[in-house]
Design a protein around this ligand. Structure first.
Ligand code: PEP
Ligand code: MG
Length: 372
């Protein structure tokens, strides 16, 4: 089946045989990037063996954006705690649904990694609003205070700013709340039939110290839930390797990580110095016309540069922990040529969007079969 469209029986049979052949041969496991139960269920139908990246950013948009804004600009501890208390049950529900959809398969949940501006009001709009109100002598105290915060937090390059682990350290309580929600959701689903396999992943780590600080917070929350609920949870803590510095320091970072997942989207952006939001064929037309690039490095992994960092990070990480589980969850995880590369350098799994799961399975199998 392809999303309700039934293949002709002969063709369906042939596809099933090819996939079975590839699955029988492949070494790489194939997971999916999914952050809704619907995507998780779709990916399972395509053969995903777990979630390699559950981004949590979208879970904070819509009506919840206001709570995050409150958290970011909270002026005192009481304000922070109130916002966190309101977010906790919502997050618990999010994770319960995802764990339920994956039914015992591993689920890697990444802690919040948004560029800050997505949660803050637009600086220009707010400045104008306050200026107009000032002229009329009707300044709203909340708007004025908010403007001070937004000015202080404004970044000219948010993708290189207060994101990922940096945000988690700057806003105490944020990652604690997410860890508690994950642990409680896992505890809720622990029963006689088993324990859900959750993996907490820390984004944008550049130094061992960051991971050390966050890990202590996460472990404390998990331990508290285990104790209060009388259960043993299966929750590991790992990190994304998505900054060149992290790849260089992978041997040290591995001391604090149960697993690595390479974020090749950011690694490409940071490695090449291209904004991932702007590199398009039109933007670099002369590069494509003159075959300086045949494909965008965001589509197919640049094996020498970005791939070199992935390989080096893997080798270094495993120097510290020979059994370190290593995967990739950038878009390249579902790109055929890149999958062959990841297989060759010994990664354990690739994770890609649901619709690319069959291609990744096929290519992971071909990569092994071609060597025979
Ligand atoms: C990455 O950087 O490759 C990644 C998977 O994270 P995101 O795309 O969410 O930044
Ligand atoms: Mg990233």
């Amino acid at each position: 089946h392809f999303e309700g469209e039934k293949l002709d029986d002969d063709l369906a049979h042939a596809v099933a045989r090819i996939m079975a052949h590839a699955d029988g041969a492949r070494r790489l496991r194939v997971r999916t990037n999914a952050d809704t139960p619907e995507d998780a269920a779709r990916a399972r139908r395509f053969g995903a063996q777990g979630i390699g990246l559950c981004r949590t950013e979208h879970m904070f948009l819509g009506e919840r954006r206001e709570l995050v804004e409150k958290l970011i600009v909270a002026e005192d501890e009481a304000g922070t705690e109130a916002a966190l208390a309101a977010l906790l049950p919502l997050q618990r529900q999010d994770f319960t649904e995802i764990l339920e959809a994956m039914d015992g398969l591993p689920v890697t949940i990444r802690l919040l990694d948004p560029p800050l501006h997505e949660f803050l009001p637009d600086l220009t709009d707010l400045s104008v609003k306050v200026a107009v109100a000032e002229e009329r002598g009707e300044v709203d105290a909340h708007d004025a205070a908010l403007l001070t915060h937004v000015r202080r937090l404004h970044e000219s390059n948010p993708m290189l700013g207060l994101r990922g682990v940096r945000l988690g350290i700057q806003i105490p309580g944020l990652f604690r709340m997410q860890a508690r929600a994950i642990a409680e959701a896992a505890a809720d689903r622990t029963d006689a039939h088993g324990t859900p396999r959750a993996e907490i992943m820390v984004p944008l780590v550049a130094s061992v110290r960051e991971l050390e600080i966050v890990r202590a917070v996460l472990e404390k929350e998990i331990a508290e839930v285990q104790e209060s609920r009388g259960v043993t949870l299966d929750i590991s803590i790992g990190t994304m390797i998505e900054l060149p510095r992290a790849a260089f320091l992978a041997d040290r970072i591995a001391m604090e990580a149960d697993f690595f997942s390479f974020g090749t989207n950011d690694l490409t952006q940071m490695g090449w110095g291209f904004s991932r939001d702007d590199v398009e064929a039109a933007f670099f037309s002369r590069y494509f016309e003159h075959a300086i690039f045949d494909v965008s490095p965001f589509e197919t992994l640049d094996q020498l540069g970005v791939g070199g960092m992935v390989e080096m990070g893997t080798i270094k990480g495993r120097q510290t922990k020979p059994d370190l589980k290593v995967g990739v969850c950038g878009e390249h995880g579902g790109d055929p040529r890149s999958v062959h590369f990841f297989d060759r350098i010994g990664l354990d799994y690739v994770s890609c969007s649901p619709f690319r799961v069959p291609v990744a399975r096929l290519e992971a199998g071909r990569s092994v079969l071609e060597k025979r």
